[in-house]
Design a protein around this ligand. Structure first.
Ligand code: ADP
Length: 457
């Protein structure tokens, strides 16, 4: 049988655990108390019965030729009935409980347990010689059932009290654990927020107190601080390096072009220099993308949104890309709605179109086709780039937006190929405009990228 994984929070686990032990403890205490009290109460009833019987002789005396018995004997104290008998066991005074029918013969100095009409009784007889009169017996009768009833009341009371105590313990315990676990919840919440927003500047609320959990939170916050600094340094480093590399790569490129334009240079040499030029151009593209992304990370890259003619921009990019696509005999079909205008950053949008169409060409097949569409719906501009190229595998698809991710880093190492920075840039551009982008693809069949951006600011 498959075991179901039941998720119980630590808060509930702790509450259940000590409620269980508390219940166990209370049950044990109650059981001990109950067994003790049963014996003690019955023993004290017997002792009292004996005492009352023995004391009764003080109320009996021979006075002026007759037996003088005090009225006290007729009073039923603590349920004890007293009755006085003569030498022949004939009753001469006192009370017998109404349910006590069977009158047993006298048996001195011994407590007897007798059952009569559903009630259990303790009977105790004692005798004494009264001067000038002779022997008198005093019999004491008390109902055991009555004494036991008081124990039953106690039992009921504990039975009601026990669940109440357990409920109270559970409630107080839950509140207490919830309070203790508060820092843990705060830490989990902040960790989730950091994960979702990627904002390392967030800190876990410290709260009051100096226990282990508060110390842990202090350590986590210090760790976050350290991480934030390290990431900031790393971003700065990437930004500085790409910035510094731009100039030398630009010099290499322009020197290559000079050599290529020089008529005195041999063709063989020009071929070698052309290889260097292509590699340098790819490097230059990579550096500028890296620089942009690192600036974006540092929030140093801002959009310059103005009213632009999106249709015209799209047509121009499509035409430029067609020239590159011609080498692979790929045709780009456009379905661009005319006179589409919107508030956008022109440079960024060109980069967006170039990257998407560039990828469609790069990962397209010989003689393939690409469809580039742009249209308006309400106050949104929608776009799509579809190709019938090599496609992306299901496993790779969720990762294509990650930096430096390439489905197969060795499969397309042409000079035009990038370094896995194109799509992260595309995503950043769309999201900075307040839009969304998603990809659909099937290995061997082709890919489609859909995006939208708001038309207005
Ligand atoms: P690259 O510079 O490697 O093209 P991108 O970030 O633009 O980097 O794309 C990341 C990866 O996504 C690519 O390496 C490629 O595997 C895949 N990819 C992107 N666009 C397409 C497409 N149109 N067809 C097939 N695969 C694509």
């Amino acid at each position: 049988m498959k075991r179901r994984n039941i998720q119980i929070s630590v808060k509930w686990k702790l509450t259940l655990l000590y409620t269980f032990f508390m219940t166990l403890l209370v049950c044990i205490i109650m059981a001990i108390l109950l067994s003790l009290s049963n014996e003690t109460i019955l023993a004290s009833v017997q002792a009292e019965l004996k005492e009352n019987v023995e004391n009764a002789f003080e109320d009996i005396e021979w006075d002026d030729g007759h037996l003088d018995i005090d009225n006290d004997i007729r009073e039923v104290e603590q349920g004890i009935y007293l009755s006085v008998y003569n030498e022949d066991s004939e009753i001469i005074y006192g009370k017998i409980p109404s349910g006590f029918m069977d009158i047993p013969p006298m048996l001195e100095g011994q407590i007897r347990t007798m059952k009569d009409s559903g009630t259990t009784w303790y009977v105790y007889d004692s005798s004494s010689d009264i001067e000038e009169y002779g022997k008198v017996y005093v019999r004491g009768i008390v109902s055991v059932t009555r004494a036991e009833q008081s124990i039953t009341v106690f039992l009921r009371f504990t039975l009601i009290l026990l669940p109440l105590m357990v409920l109270l313990t559970a409630f107080v315990g839950y509140r207490f654990t919830k309070r203790v676990m508060r820092p843990v919840h705060a830490a989990a919440r902040t960790a989730k927020e950091i994960y979702e927003s990627g904002d390392l500047s967030k800190r876990i609320p410290q709260g009051r107190g100096n226990d282990e959990l508060h110390k842990l939170i202090q350590c986590l916050n210090q760790m976050l601080e350290q991480l934030e600094k390290t990431f900031a340094r790393e971003k700065q480093f990437t930004s500085d390096v790409s910035h510094e590399l731009r100039t030398p790569v630009a010099v290499i490129l322009s020197q290559c072009e000079n050599v290529l334009d020089d008529e005195e240079v041999s063709e063989k040499f020009k071929e070698d220099v052309e290889v260097i030029r292509r590699k340098a151009a790819a490097m230059s593209r990579m550096i500028s993308q890296l620089l942009m992304l690192s600036r974006a990370d540092q929030n140093r890259l801002e959009l310059n949104r103005e009213l632009v003619d999106l249709s015209m921009m799209a047509e121009i990019v499509a035409e430029e890309q067609q020239e590159i696509a011609d080498k692979k005999k790929i045709t780009i079909y456009t379905k661009i709605e005319p006179e589409l205008t919107g508030y956008a950053d022109e440079t960024m949008l060109i980069r967006l179109f170039v990257n998407l169409l560039g990828n469609a060409v790069r990962y397209g097949v010989e003689g393939g086709m690409i469809e580039f569409a742009l249209w308006r719906e309400g106050d949104r501009i929608f776009g799509s780039v579809k190709d019938n190229g090599i496609g992306i595998s299901k496993e790779a698809l969720p990762h294509i937006w990650e930096r430096f991710y390439q489905e197969d880093a060795t499969r397309n190492r042409s000079d035009e190929s990038g370094a896995g920075l194109g799509l992260p840039m595309v995503k950043w551009i769309v999201e900075m405009h307040g839009g969304e982008i998603r990809a659909q693809s099937e290995k061997g069949k082709g890919s489609a990228f859909y995006f939208w951006i708001p038309q207005k600011k």
